[in-house]
Design a protein around this ligand. Sequence first.
Ligand SMILES: Cc1cc2nc3c(=O)[nH]c(=O)nc-3n(C[C@H](O)[C@H](O)[C@H](O)COP(=O)(O)OP(=O)(O)OC[C@H]3O[C@@H](n4cnc5c(N)ncnc54)[C@H](O)[C@@H]3O)c2cc1C
Ligand code: FES
Ligand code: FES
Length: 1349
Amino acid sequence: MRELDKNMRDCTTCARSSSDDLVFFVNGKKIVETNADPEMTLLTYLRRKLGLPGTKLGCAEGGCGACTVMLSKYQAHTQNLTHYAVNACLAPICSLHLVAVTTVEGIGSVARQLHPVQERIAKAHGSQCGFCTPGIVMSMYALLRNNPTPKMADVEEAFQGNLCRCTGYRPILEAYKTFTVEGGCCGGKGRDNGCCMKNSKAEENEADVDMASKLFNTADFAPLDPTQEVIFPPELMTLSKSEKTCSLQFRNDRAVWLQPATLDKFLNLKWKHPDARVVVGNTEVGIEVKFKNMLYPVILAPAFIPELHKVIYTDEGIVFGAACTLTQVGEVLKEAVKELPSYQTQVFLAVLEQLRWFAGQQIRNVAAVGGNIMTASPISDLNPVFMAASCKLTLMDKDGSRVVQMDDGFFVGYRRTVLRPQEILLSIEIPYSRKNQFFSAFKQSPRREDDISIVTTAMSVTFTPGTCVVEDVRLSYGGMAATTVLAKKTANKLLGRCWGEALLEEACSSLAEELTLDPSAPGGMVTYRRTLSLSLFYKFYLTVLQKLREQGLNVEEVRSDLLSATEIYHQETPSSVQIYQEVPQAQNQDDVLGHPLMHLSALKQATGEAVYCDDIPLFENEVYLALVTSSKAHARILSVDSSAAECSPGFICCVFARDIPGSNKSGLWHDESVLTDDLVTCVGHVIGAVVADTQVHAQRAAKAVKIQYEELQPIITIQEAIAAQSFYKTIRTLQKGDLEAGFKQADHILEGETHIGGQEHFYLETNVTVAVPRGEDDEMELFSSTQNPSETQSLVALALGIPSNRVVVRVKRMGGGFGGKESRTTILSTVVSVAAHKLRRPVRCMLDRDEDMLITGGRHPFYGKYKVGFLKSGKLLALDVSMYSNAGNSLDLSQAIMERALFHMENAYSIPNVRGRGFLCRTNLPSNTAFRGFGGPQGMMIAETWMNDVAQSLGRPADEVRQMNLYKEGDVTPYNQVLDQSTLDRCWDECMFRSRYQQQRAAVELYNKENRWTKRGLAIIPTKFGISFTAVFLNQAGALVHIYTDGSVLLTHGGTEMGQGLHTKMIQVASRVLGVPCSKIHISETSTQTVPNTSPTAASASSDLNGAAVRNACQLLNERLEPYKSKNPKGSWEEWVKAAYFDRVNLSANGFYKTPNIGYSFETNSGRAFNYFSYGVACSEVEVDCLTGAHKNLSTTIVMDVGVSLNPAIDIGQVEGAFMQGLGMFTLEELHYSPQGVLLTRGPGSYKIPAFGDIPTELTVSLLRDAPHDKAIFASKAVGEPPLFLASSVFFAIKDAISAARTESGITGPFRLDSPASAERIRNACNDRFTKLCPPAEPGTFQPWSVQV
Ligand SMILES: Cc1cc2nc3c(=O)[nH]c(=O)nc-3n(C[C@H](O)[C@H](O)[C@H](O)COP(=O)(O)OP(=O)(O)OC[C@H]3O[C@@H](n4cnc5c(N)ncnc54)[C@H](O)[C@@H]3O)c2cc1C
Ligand code: FES
Ligand code: FES
């Protein structure tokens, strides 16, 4: 390091100490950091050093946008101010010299004044759990700073890098549409060229007079006044203008950040330190450091070097300095496309097309073009374009430069190039295209927005002038080898050939031979990738053919039905309609029950003031914990060596099983351990923990703990478990009628099987616990992000060997739960408590996203086998279904989940003879657990699979067969529950009507006739969801209501708030019963010391249960206040309360509720399993690109029965949020496990939840009107889980489209399509001439990269 100092001093013009002052501004305040840490990110700095917790940590890998902030810089060379959104989780603090940072706290607050961006997202119901909200607010804010009158397309682009797991995105877009030139309207792009705001479907029905479709009122919004924005700090402007750029260096004990002022100095440093890492955007290096444990002792930042940022126009093309950001490159190329003749800009257009789908804006704003090239990733999106275009790269060291062409010689191996260690990439020249040259680029990824490629390609062909004879061709591919490659052999074969069918044939068979992949290739999807390489060439072929024809050349005409294969993906701006019933006119104006009241924390969430668990300021003496987990799926622990950890900086202590003062038994059934000490049964099994002074020290020390194992044979998949008969004991059977007789009577019997993949909860806030010892009597206070405070309390008490009355668990809010925080949170909270107990100090741990995904399990994968008997008409007679779930390494909630799957095995259809059996596979995966729907969606999915098969085998429309078998009022379920107050038929009819099903069906058929390579599909799917915990004892709830002498009311109940709006609804309930406005009622938190023995907030039943308990408590208080109201009828609430108080009346009441008349026995198949059912129906239309497997969600119409809605805005939010989560489950989200049980998808980079662009272009949600019932609070119904399954309508619409594609190849009848309907599965199912050229390898002959678990 001393050598380095000297070198840096030699290079600098200014006198330097070992670390310079880093000067930047945060929210207008100057920060002079004298000790800037080269390894610290802006996010850590904001949250930990500046105490600004509004900016959230969701993933630490640039994939979720929760950490978005705006940076502003004065650019001396252009004399311009630039504002741009970035991911604070990847921005090194050292890169911020003379930069102004604006965080969500800097633009507005509830106390001061809200910024319109904050106000509108809240008031338009775009914030549920709120954890994503600050990031979304800042993306929008940055957009408006640059463009106060954006188009909707700009808004959509600005959100490519933001994820939300709760809202389903629609309300966010709706909120921000109000800033756009379209002005809250689709601009006439609604259905039939109508206006989306007009709600044409609603208007058709004159009877819908009591319907409302406005969930918020734009008149309430403060206008946006760009002149009022926070100004760029004047002092920073002066500093930026005056400071002569001089070199900087920042260091910590492991690394140094060098930011030289000139190119010479930069090259000298690189010469002296060939291993130094050049860092521009840090979007690649940041990931390597965080997730691959890389240490770069010398970091070279070229931020000050003009040559690396220059853009020069030459005769040949445009030269970009290697440090130009992708945003800059895009802007320059867009201008060039506008100005230059179109034949010159074909390559530019291809780069722009790739940039459209390259990461999100936050990444593109900082990531450099040189960074993408030099990372040399085999799935880089730009390198294939640069290679196909023969771009020239200038490489340089201190002795001079050389120019190399980007061709197959440039990449010399996986992530390696010809660049010498002392060299840097100076610039890249992107050439103009020539006359007679055609150029295209394609990218196929699992999700369109912000996703890395599966296969990415660029293709260039040049023809002999005036002919269709190929003179030159370059086909470059990413994703087909360890480097970007050129398909040279194929290209050679095409030279001199005419562009026509024969050339296509030759090219395809040659590509199939040339671009082979080992069946075990990393990344998997081998057959798909190979097929894609041909299909994408075919798209190029057609595109060029079409253009040649347009130029008047004598080539084959492209048939009109093939044309859609040449279209570039175009995203329509979504439009939506929400319909709900207005409250009766007679309802008291102060009574807000039934009104679309905003989530009561929404404003705080939008300003960053809402406090989540990890936002709690550090306690004095607090320390941080990191878990030590197993890297083997099944093994005996031979030894644990923590000596290296003990020597690492900041180390405080280790925690192992021997440190547990109480019992090491944990889990719902005490079949788990807090810390395992002999056997590990999954990758991610918690073995121990390390506590250190900071998070980074704890995590580094935890990684230094060495564990030796004796490996045992693991069981990973359901099929392996079946082969080994590895099941948890209880095998459930649910049977009714006479199965044998049913099958005998049937005209047809059909058998089949299907697999439904698991799902990661991906709550934006990962698991977090802060445990604070209270100093006496072993008392422990826990702040935890849990849906289950009582279970947390009892398992912590068990581990600490103390009674439950010494443990208090407090939950203010969660950043999403979805079932993932129902039981698995105790994995973390018990360990943190043990550490806090051992140290007698507060201990905190928030899991990193990758740890959370690895350890905490998710939705159970299911495998279903079925046999179904039916008449010629399609009427069902008998069903025998076996379901196998992958339960993982502990029982947890798997049995209850399987029971719910069995309770939903017939979905919404009446079948006289049924048998369902459920098997829980014991495997070496992390225990799978509750997830919205709790087994119901898997059970129903299997049902809809056989239902689809029945219709297809009969050749009858699926909607007719479905409708014919729908339950009717009075029908009896397989578990002998009579359906009363059923609204299924009403939901069905309304959905058919609103979706204009028959018209849509006709249009789909016409479209499919006219298009060979894109197909549309349509499906209408019902759902019936049973409401109640299936464990009877959980159907109880408590509430505690205090009235204070000033009339304010403090409400507590047993439910936790995770974004679903429970607290808002509970306040509405209390407000109605007490007859006081909501503003007088407050909920502070959920805690075990106010309401004990609570059930988890789950099963969609929390409003029913807690609402009834709240009503009970409020009624008691009303009774006590009644004498004072009677005595003084004109008095105010405050006067009655005061009078009662002075009269010594107890103004605190405890409410309680238990659901009456429920309880079911599997043994006797009797008793009521559910209190009631929620019903819904959805119809979806999709368009599938048969060549790539990509699909577009064109439209969805949902009709949902939520009874009499307590709050239509919240209920519609739940419907849309659940629908989008289901859409993820059934079409997008895929967890990949290695055959050894290692989860390979551990973050948003590899695991794709739906993004903004995935919402249906037209989305109609209608809450069924006039549907009161008598089973739940104020005639409302549960809504959290039931709508999720409706997303399967998208899956079956996809299946419908695939059927149309298969028909073109002469294949008809039922076929298997497992869930999710990923692009890979869709493409592979669309059998055609290209798939034939790429047959899959014989199963069993190779070790796949990932297995279906
Ligand atoms: C969320 C996310 C999404 C992404 N999406 C995509 C995507 O869609 N498509 C895609 O292709 N990539 C994607 N990436 C990868 C990455 O963003 C790009 O490769 C990016 O261009 C890297 O640029 P950077 O400036 O951030 O690189 P850095 O991380 O700063 O550096 C990357 C590497 O390049 C080297 N390097 C940089 N400049 C030079 C130079 N001048 N001379 C020599 N070496 C140099 C560095 O030493 C380092 O090894 C994504 C990354 C993230 C985090
Ligand atoms: S936390 Fe930064 S993008 Fe997810
Ligand atoms: S509100 Fe967006 S993640 Fe919860």
